[in-house]
Ligand binder design. Sequence first.
Ligand code: SAM
Length: 220
Amino acid sequence: MKSTELSGVYKQKGKLFTQNPANCKGLKIYNERLVSYKGREFRSWNPYRSKLAAAILNGLTSINFSPKEKILYLGAATGTTVSHLSDITTDGVVYAVENSPLAVKKLLEICKKRGNIVPILTDANHPERYLSLVPQVDFIYQDISQRNQADIFIDNSKQFLKQKGKGILMIKAKSIDVALSPKKIYDAVTDKIKKQEINVTNLIDLSPFEKDHAAVVIAP
Ligand SMILES: C[S@@+](CC[C@H](N)C(=O)[O-])C[C@H]1O[C@@H](n2cnc3c(N)ncnc32)[C@H](O)[C@@H]1O
């Protein structure tokens, strides 16, 4: 098991891993593989199940993670990617916003053992609703397949992202417009974000793991 250039992210035989917390030994979140190495346990991070893993395998290097990171996660679903960020930000917090009660019910199961996830059942279109729960954060991660996904990211960044903060917006082209080419959509979203003086560093295509998806990377 080798460290990568991203702190808290490991690699073995071309596959990504994060370290399972000591109190979660033997526990899987989404039937991922567990690997023991030098007394520590690692969880495989599947790029077909997590777009963040896909972005890392496709060359995400312009942002790094710290173990004290405060993360706002929009579109947490049942916690697949949230759980890996929870492994990485051992002394930080993941504020996990999700609007499906069923998904949040599953997320709550994960939170029983992981004290650094704050699940928030609400609509990410309304940052004012969770203003009292979420502080200024270092990193905003969004994976919401809605037509207005860029606006959701911009509104939340204005409200919660620290100066010199970073972010990743996962774009699903087909949720925005089925008629336009993904490239045109990626360009339009990137331009829209740049107009808000948010610093987009690069765009990472997520194929072959996710078709017609890209990660917009924001860094100071
Ligand atoms: C593609 S899934 C996210 C998968 C997750 N990020 C992962 O990697 O494990 C998108 C999620 O966004 C949620 N969602 C959609 N619209 C939302 C909104 N307006 N506010 C909060 N969550 C929303 C959906 O219920 C769904 O669970």
